[in-house]
Design a binder for this molecule. Structure first.
Ligand code: ZN
Length: 259
C-alpha cells in the first residue's frame, strides 16, 4: 500500500532539525511521496534543497502564501516567479503552491489578489498544477478560476461550502483533506460527497491537531495512514482500495511516477 502526503511544509521552522526523523517516519509508514509547500521565497529555496536531498520522495511546490503577501521583501515576488520559471525548465518543480486568498487578511485584499493572479498566470503559462489556500474564500475562488486556463487545480483543506465542492468537481478540480477526516463531521461529509477520483490526502504539517486520535502530537507523515483509514470508512470501501485510488490520483495530478 502506497500512501501520499500531497500537502506538508517540511521547510517550516517548527520542523527545523527534524527532517531526517520525518522522512524516516514517512518511509516506515509507507508514505512514498510528499509535496512540500512553500510560503515565500526562502521556503521555496529550502524546499528545492529538500527535494534534491530526498529525490524521488520529496517534491517541491513553490509560491507565495497569502499570509506572507504583507511581509514580502523588495523584489521577492519577482524573484519567486523567476525561480519557478527556472526550476520548471529543470523539471524540478511539481506545482505552484501554496497560493490563494484568505479572508482574515482582508486589509491587504488588493495585494493578495495581485499576487494570486500573477501566480495563476504563471501556472497557466507553464502548465503547472496549483495548490490553493482558500480560507473563507472557496466559493469566490472556484468562481474566478475558470477565467484562467488551468489544467490542474487542487483546493487544499476543503471544508465548505458544498455548492463550491460540486462546482470544483464539475471543473475536474481536486481537493485534499487530512487529519480532520478522522474526527470532524463536516470534513467527513465533504469526503462522502467528493468522488474519490478527485481526492488526495494531506497532513498540512506542522499544523497541530488537538483532537483524538492525534491529541496534539507533532504532525508526521505517518498520520496519513489514519486519514486513509477514515476515508475508507466514510466511503465504505477497503483501506487498500482507497489508498490505491489516491496514489493513482497523485500520479495523474502531479505527473509523478511513484517509486
Ligand atoms: Zn499548507
Amino acid at each position: 500500500m502506497k500512501l501520499i502526503d500531497a500537502h506538508i511544509h517540511l521547510s517550516d521552522k517548527e520542523y527545523t532539525g527534524r527532517t531526517e526523523e520525518l522522512i524516516a517516519d514517512a518511509k516506515n509508514a509507507n508514505v512514498t511521496a510528499l509535496v512540500s509547500n512553500s510560503m515565500d521565497l526562502e521556503t521555496s529555496l529550502d524546499n528545492l534543497k529538500l527535494a534534491e536531498k530526498y529525490s524521488g520522495m520529496v517534491y517541491p511546490a513553490l509560491g507565495i502564501h497569502p499570509w506572507n503577501v504583507n511581509v514580502l521583501k523588495e523584489n521577492e515576488l519577482e524573484e519567486t516567479l523567476k525561480l519557478i520559471r527556472e526550476q520548471h525548465q529543470k523539471k524540478s518543480v511539481v506545482a505552484i503552491g501554496e497560493i490563494g486568498l484568505d479572508y482574515k487578511y482582508e486589509a491587504i485584499w488588493a495585494k493578495q489578489l495581485m499576487v494570486f493572479d500573477k501566480m495563476l498566470h504563471l501556472a497557466e503559462e507553464l502548465v503547472l498544477p496549483v495548490i490553493i489556500h482558500s480560507r473563507g474564500t472557496t466559493a469566490q475562488i472556484v468562481d474566478m478560476l475558470p477565467s484562467y486556463n488551468l489544467k490542474r487545480v487542487l483546493l487544499h483543506w476543503f471544508s465548505h461550502p458544498m455548492s463550491a465542492l460540486y462546482k470544483a468537481v464539475d471543473h475536474g478540480y481536486f481537493i485534499t483533506d487530512g487529519p480532520p477526516v478522522a474526527y470532524s463531521n463536516g470534513i467527513r461529509e465533504v469526503v462522502k460527497k467528493v468522488p474519490l477520483t478527485n481526492f488526495l490526502t494531506e497532513t498540512d504539517g506542522p499544523v497541530t491537531y488537538r483532537k483524538a486520535p492525534f491529541n496534539g502530537q507533532m504532525t508526521k507523515p505517518s498520520f496519513i495512514r489514519t486519514v486513509v483509514e477514515a476515508v475508507a470508512e466514510v466511503k465504505q470501501i477497503a483501506t487498500t482500495d482507497a489508498a490505491e485510488q489516491i496514489a493513482k490520483n497523485f500520479e495523474n495530478f502531479f505527473n509523478i511516477k511513484l517509486a
